[in-house]
Design a protein around this ligand. Sequence first.
Ligand code: ADP
Ligand code: ZN
Ligand code: ZN
Length: 805
Amino acid sequence: MIASVIVDVASKQTNKAFDYLVPAPFIPTVKPGMRVIVPFGPRKVQGFVLAVKGDTDVDTSKLKAVEDLVDVKPALTGELLQLAEWLTNKTLCLQVIALKSMLPAAMRASYNKRISLAEGVNEQDLPEELKTFFHKNGSVMWDEVKKKSETLLGAVQKEIKSGRLFVEPVVKSNETKKKTNVVQRVLSTAEANEHAEALEKKAPKQSEVLRFMEEEPIAVARLLEKTNVSSGTVKSLVSKGFLTQFEVEEYRDPYEGRDFGVSKALPLMDQQKTALEAITPTVKEDRHETFLVHGITGSGKTEVYLQAIDYALKKGREAIVLVPEISLTPQMVHRFKERFGSEVAVLHSALSKGEKYDEWRKIRDKEVTVAVGARSAIFAPFENLGMIIIDEEHESSYKQEEAPRYHARDVAIERGKTYGCPVILGSATPSMESFARAKKGVYNLITMDRRVNDVKLPHVDIVDMRDELKSGNRSMFSVKLLDAMKDRLEKQEQIVLFLNRRGYSTFVLCRDCGYVAECPHCDISLTYHRSNQTCQCHYCGYQVTKPNRCPECESDHIRFFGSGTQKVEEELKKVLPEAKVIRMDVDTTRRKGSHEKLLTAFEKGGGDILLGTQMIAKGLDFPNITLVGVLTADTMLHIPDFRASEKTFQLLTQVSGRAGRHKKPGEVVVQSYTPEHFSIQLVKEHDYLSFFNREMYFRKQGEYPPYFFVTLINVSATELTKVVSVTGKIADYLRSSLSETTIIHGPATSAIPRIKDRYRYQCMIKYKNEPRIIHVLQEILKTYQAEMSRTDLAINIDTNPYMLM
Ligand code: ADP
Ligand code: ZN
Ligand code: ZN
């Protein structure tokens, strides 16, 4: 038998599968989708089996053999293997990258070496310093020796040369399964009782254990707890042969010990009913269709998702629900757990690698039927999908910014076609692309423009901060916002304060000469971190202590500008000393579970004001929040990105939606330096449609999506002249091979011209209809492939860029 294998060799920039012989003992096991260890040149590497076949056109006597198996069950299903191929073509990545991206991080292997005693060699034959390593099982890992002392590696290598030791590479697997010690009774109940009686006098504890135990195995820890005996007692019973002890695999349940309660399907409101009735027939008929649920915040979209999933599950099928990482807040997870209980696996970045692996394994082993997770959960290895839901479909976190540069929406639709199942995109502020498609009838548009129980949308006020300054208010809070906050504190209602940090960090500026502290490796200003008094680069991690004098002019008028959440918190203490503030940002949520703790504290009334960044914009649904303040509405308007207005409108709408979701009416105060901008004005009107129409006009003018497709080619290297010349040649080639109606910008420097000492240039391609585009781009990669593996030249192509920097 022959296996065709995609090898995991980064330098070998190839998409070709290589053939390997499958040795007889592996033949019954090896299947497509499995990972194997194969020899590749002088090394042993990991690879994915794409197919197994009877013969090959290559001379089999020249073939090398599969060395070992990594998996005993395929890691990827046949469908995912096909999807990887599609992904490879669509995003122009290497096949192995596509394959690896479908696995949980814990399964991406690294390499280690095992050193073992050669045949007939005893540990006693070794030099003194090495002996200890081998008496356990005759072998030791390279890393373990290295950890002890690097000099020992020399002694090891000497022994390898002389043949007393030998070394073999092994793939270091990160997949640590959690094991639990259990014991089980070997005796029948009658026998156990007999022995218990006999032991009654001499060993009452042992007797007690025998009586306590039932037929099923029990975890040792639990047994000790229940019977209050020592582990010695259990050991004696094991050595007497009354009990056997062994290990079982256990899933680490990240939500262990938590009671989620049970929620029942709610009787639906009219618009919810209409939505559900549009979706369910497609499940019944195994028909793929993409729905765009345009539902304002609080219109009850989530309840529709829950009932649609329930319908699919009852038809014996499975469901994937994608939510943006930041809205994987406990609240959202609870809603799914409450409805579907142990049928739900949750995949998100706050889980440990091991937990993530366990959740993934539950999906592969068909122990759950619903996967809720962030972007990469779109690859959940279900084989009978009946529904895919993408909540907040406009979120840019659904786009992966490294290879494979895919958008989860595209993957969802591809899988939806394969399984003949619906894809449901939901948002209060759909992306321009999706709404345009829905208007054209490519997607099926479902509108939910009323809140559940007709709760009113909050009243939104926009405050011109320039006027505040003119009238002498230098504080970061407008009079309006401050008054509103005082009012809520009096009424004991809760406040959410939102600080839009993106593109607005605290930088260091000299008031005398205008010097701004920049990273010496990246052309970007450094961010001031108050907590440890440093300036840090957010691209490369470069860090210096904050300067007290300007390095340019020696002036001591060097100041920190911008406002971080810490600064706002300090200000709040001054103006509202009685308010209890809970701050939520990257600093206060670094520890696992802290996110949830802070939110719970706030929900239980442990805070008057929840102050935070992007991470509080979504998912919060607390009845006592009646005021939302946005401190800096327009910071995102000025980033060099054609989606800047769209992002601003979406974010402000999301944040506003946190206020007054229940009985008490909500109010929103938006502070802005450019209040006349339509993306801010239309938030006040809650008017997505007008926003869409206005923005479409600008997209048309600027020849941007959804009118044009955009591809971005980024070229980088440490040598500027090389970057310029390569980008120039690429631009020439594009101009000569693409059609005349296609627009090519560049070569031009990227918005951030240098990151980590690498210069960055780009070409942007805008086209309407260009059937040859993928082929042309592949040609470019092929042309530079050799140079890229030989030098530090990198060419990244993104066929649907979301980050234009
Ligand atoms: P969205 O996801 O559109 O923002 P949610 O699904 O969170 O809206 O619903 C808003 C609130 O209304 C939630 O508290 C939810 O429990 C409640 N809700 C949703 N549907 C119903 C219903 N049919 N009857 C009563 N309450 C509902
Ligand atoms: Zn200066
Ligand atoms: Zn840097």
